[in-house]
Write a protein that binds this ligand. Structure first.
Ligand code: XMP
Length: 317
């Protein structure tokens, strides 16, 4: 029978034998998979693992600071890179979803490659690939793992000439979570909803500006905190907010407003391949709508997405 403790002991021993005294570099996303993979590799080789966590300016509100802090608490040797402006510049004026994904993938590789070059004599690239990624390495709309699936973007960056080490590539998500708990990784990381590599970029329909990112971060933070406060977060597989590329008329006091519309989305799923919209309580939705419209400047309307996958997808882009 499989137990997480046995898996950890075996994997750490295998990693030690395989990597020896070589150096490993690994990109962290803040998600469950890369965090668990990094912690396992760190158990095996300690300081010879260098982790890179990139702020692409498309993360949730305060996520960069909070996640970086948890990584440090875990004892990981992690380099945080603030690359927000590089991503915003690369994304300026782009509205097409796939073009956004490609631009983000390209800049990520540039930023990561720069960091990997600073590590003397690195031989391995650590990755948080899990078993479902191995079978289904490209999702319906495109790449689901940031590094792995962008091989075809121009010439191969140097870090891709590294040997790959993927300690989780035989596990399913629930097993990864079990291993993570056994490794005492905080529940804030283990219980986290999935979040796409391109981040908020694919939840801002149309072109991306820093101002739109800030607006969506505020809306998303209210919604996610609301789900947590009402005990709904763990009942949802994935949730978030979408900034629509339209304005609608509203009224505030005696004034007519003409402001943005946001959509809220919450789905249940097992693996993201199919998903059902969640019947969140009306009272909760009403509260969220009030809070968002009262607190977020420039938003005067909130709608709830009641589409399931298929035929809709979880993300709007
Ligand atoms: P869809 O929208 O295709 O999403 O129903 C299924 C799952 O995949 C995530 N997703 C992505 N993850 N890069 C990622 O790393 C992407 O380009 C991407 N597109 C969608 C989505 O958040 C959901 O969990």
């Amino acid at each position: 029978d499989w137990t997480s403790d046995m898996f950890i002991d075996n994997t750490v021993a295998e990693l030690k034998a395989k990597i020896g005294s070589d150096k490993v570099v690994m990109g962290l996303s803040g998600g469950v998979d890369s965090s668990v993979a990094a912690t396992l590799i760190h158990r095996a080789i300690g300081e010879n693992l260098t982790c890179v966590f990139v702020d692409n300016g498309l993360l949730r509100k305060n996520e960069y600071e909070e996640v970086l802090e948890s990584y440090k608490t875990l004892g990981l040797n992690v380099i945080g890179v603030d690359a927000k402006q590089r991503f915003y510049v690369a994304l300026a004026g782009i509205s097409d979803p796939e073009t956004k994904r490609k631009a983000i993938g390209r800049v990520f590789i540039e930023v990561f490659d720069d960091e990997a070059h600073k590590i003397d004599g690195v031989k391995w690239l650590g990755q948080g690939t899990i078993y479902p990624d191995v079978i289904e390495s490209v999702s319906v709309k495109g790449p689901s793992a940031t590094i792995k699936s962008h091989h075809n973007v121009g010439g191969l960056p140097d870090f891709m000439k590294l040997s790959v080490v993927e300690p989780l590539n035989t596990l399913f998500k629930d097993e990864v979570r079990e291993v993570g708990r056994a490794l005492e990784i905080p529940e804030t990381i283990i219980g986290r909803h999935p979040f796409p590599g391109p981040g908020l970029a694919i939840r801002i329909l149309g072109d991306i500006t820093e101002e739109k990112v800030k607006t969506l971060q505020e809306v998303d933070a209210i919604f996610i905190q609301g789900l947590k406060n009402h005990g709904l977060y763990d009942q949802v597989w994935q949730a978030g907010a979408i900034l629509l590329p339209i304005q609608s008329v509203g009224v505030m006091g005696d004034e007519r407003t003409y402001e943005r519309v946001v959509a809220l989305r919450a789905v249940g799923s097992v693996d993201g391949m199919t998903a059902d919209w969640i019947h969140l309580p009306y009272e909760f939705l009403g509260k969220m709508s009030n809070e968002i419209i009262n607190r977020v400047k420039g938003v005067n309307r909130v709608v709830y997405d009641i589409s399931s996958k298929p035929p809709a997808t979880i993300e709007w882009e």
